[in-house]
Design a protein around this ligand. Structure first.
Ligand code: HEC
Ligand code: HEC
Ligand code: HEC
Ligand code: HEC
Ligand code: HEC
Ligand code: HEC
Length: 323
């Protein structure tokens, strides 16, 4: 992932709707004709409760080292925040971001972090570095409050929205699999997102959406990430998000396809396609998707009436993440 303009997608959804074929229209009508559900109707959440004592990923990997261990070292969730020292040009970067110990962001922007000294908090450097243009932008200033209030919820684990602290930088196993019961070693289906178990579509979309539906806010805290979301919870009980066509049309395809799948499941009750239909998280691969039958969601990224090899380019941008 280098550079901010990548293969595929500059297709805006407005354009997508303008060129919609009968297939898309049928699917669209089907979706619209399906009775709308209240996304917040089922389940519960952990707002107001203490942040659970999550098991450390190293404990999980003690047993899961053969299947998960090897790929986990470089997996993007596991390394969303990483040691700056590992970057080849670390010394050069530190000349501006002086004191920085960690970096996050890969393609469009590098952002820099350093511990504040207080438990579970980082200072965020306002200026960012573009690896593609090899240029700095923004003010050279350390901000001790911003990471905890605006970023931590989706880039760190065990986040306390009230104290604005985290238990660990980067994303540990529990952010997707939730709390592990010891009995799961006998019966793997007791874990969320297990291969054999049936995690309901709404639960899965809540898990992935707790970070990937960027642009919403917690009703209880007003912060741009969910309040004490524990996998298994219904995200929409406390997370306020605009899932209208108008809103989705403002997103580039890499975000728009996430909003559309979330809406299909949470609002229209169409449960046949979820994130893991196409994404293999531990394999960091989307290759499953090329075998799927064509349906409306394909043309968020591909071009209608052209071979599926045709891929527009997309400028990667996101307001929540400041890139
Ligand atoms: C609601 C959850 C959420 C919040 C809040 C959030 N992020 Fe992100 N961020 C994400 C997700 C999800 C991605 C991965 C997006 C993708 O790969 O398409 C991401 C990616 C990024 C990237 C990397 C882009 C790349 O591809 O290299 C940067 C940089 C970033 N975020 C910075 C920030 C900063 C700075 C803040 C706080 C000001 C922040 N984010 C707040 C969820 C969030
Ligand atoms: C970003 C979400 C996410 C995180 C974080 C995550 N997983 Fe998973 N995991 C999944 C999903 C989704 C599946 C279902 C199969 C797939 O898509 O790879 C899965 C499948 C599994 C499986 C069963 C499949 C297999 O290949 O054996 C195990 C075991 C597992 N995860 C353990 C872990 C452990 C241990 C960690 C932390 C070190 C972890 N997971 C972190 C999302 C995640
Ligand atoms: C004491 C060993 C042990 C520990 C610790 C452990 N697991 Fe497991 N886990 C297992 C075994 C054994 C299975 C397979 C059970 C089966 O065969 O059905 C399993 C199954 C799973 C599955 C479902 C695998 C599938 O086939 O889809 C997931 C997901 C999972 N574990 C995640 C975790 C996570 C996350 C943690 C840490 C919070 C963890 N495990 C800690 C032993 C362990
Ligand atoms: C706790 C927050 C969080 C959760 C939960 C989460 N993600 Fe992510 N995801 C991120 C962030 C942050 C990144 C960006 C990592 C980076 O590149 O630094 C990311 C990156 C990705 C990527 C691009 C990198 C890659 O692995 O190819 C995919 C695809 C993805 N996530 C899918 C999922 C799916 C599917 C789920 C649900 C099973 C999920 N994520 C759950 C925060 C999350
Ligand atoms: C119909 C298949 C399909 C479904 C369903 C789907 N995705 Fe994707 N997604 C893709 C493909 C294909 C890509 C493009 C990967 C690339 O850019 O190489 C992608 C890209 C992404 C990216 C950006 C990856 C990157 O490299 O930055 C994220 C994050 C992501 N998906 C998350 C999700 C989440 C979360 C869901 C569920 C709400 C979801 N996707 C549902 C097929 C799908
Ligand atoms: C989020 C964007 C996204 C969505 C949604 C998406 N694709 Fe893709 N697709 C890609 C990207 C990027 C590639 C090229 C990289 C790859 O192979 O993963 C691709 C590649 C393909 C290829 C291989 C083309 C070749 O090079 O031979 C096929 C076939 C394909 N997609 C079919 C589909 C189908 C069918 C759907 C709907 C079920 C779909 N795609 C949905 C982004 C997407």
């Amino acid at each position: 992932m280098v550079g901010c303009v990548r293969r595929m997608r500059s297709l805006r959804l407005s354009k997508f709707f303008a060129v919609a074929s009968p297939l898309v229209l049928i699917h669209g009508l089907h979706a619209l004709a399906a009775p709308e559900q209240d996304p917040a109707a089922w389940g519960s959440n952990h707002v107001g409760q203490p942040v659970p004592e999550y098991e450390d990923g190293n404990t999980c990997l003690f047993c899961h080292r053969t299947s998960i261990g090897p790929s986990w070292q470089t997996e993007k969730h596991a390394t969303t925040i990483r040691a700056l020292a590992e970057e080849s040009n670390a010394e050069q970067l530190k000349q501006k971001a002086s004191g920085a110990e960690f970096v996050f962001g890969r393609g469009p922007k590098f952002r820099f972090l350093k511990p504040t000294g207080a438990y579970g908090t980082f200072s965020l450097f306002d200026a960012s570095w573009s690896p593609k243009d090899k240029e700095w932008s923004g003010e050279e200033r350390w901000d001790a409050a911003k990471f905890g209030a605006n970023c931590a919820g989706c880039h760190a684990s065990g986040v306390d929205s009230v104290e604005k602290t985290f238990q660990m930088p980067s994303l540990d196993c529990h952010t997707c699999h939730g709390l592990a019961v010891p009995e799961h070693a006998e019966d793997g289906t007791l874990m969320l997102l297990s291969k054999k178990g049936k995690t309901p579509a709404g639960v899965e979309v809540s898990i992935c959406g707790s970070c990937h539906l960027r642009g919403g806010k917690s009703k209880s805290t007003g912060l741009p990430f969910p309040n004490n979301f524990v996998p298994g919870d219904n995200l929409f009980k406390d997370f306020d998000l605009d899932l209208s066509d108008e809103r989705i049309s403002q997103e580039s395809p890499s975000d728009a396809h996430i909003f559309r799948i979330a809406r299909d499941v949470a609002v229209f009750g169409l449960n046949d396609v979820t994130c893991t239909t196409c994404h293999d998280v531990h394999g960091e691969s989307e290759k499953k998707h090329v075998q799927m039958p064509r349906r409306a969601i394909c043309f968020v990224c591909h071009t209608q009436n052209e071979p599926l090899t045709t891929m527009p380019t997309e400028k990667r941008q996101n307001v929540t993440c400041e890139y």
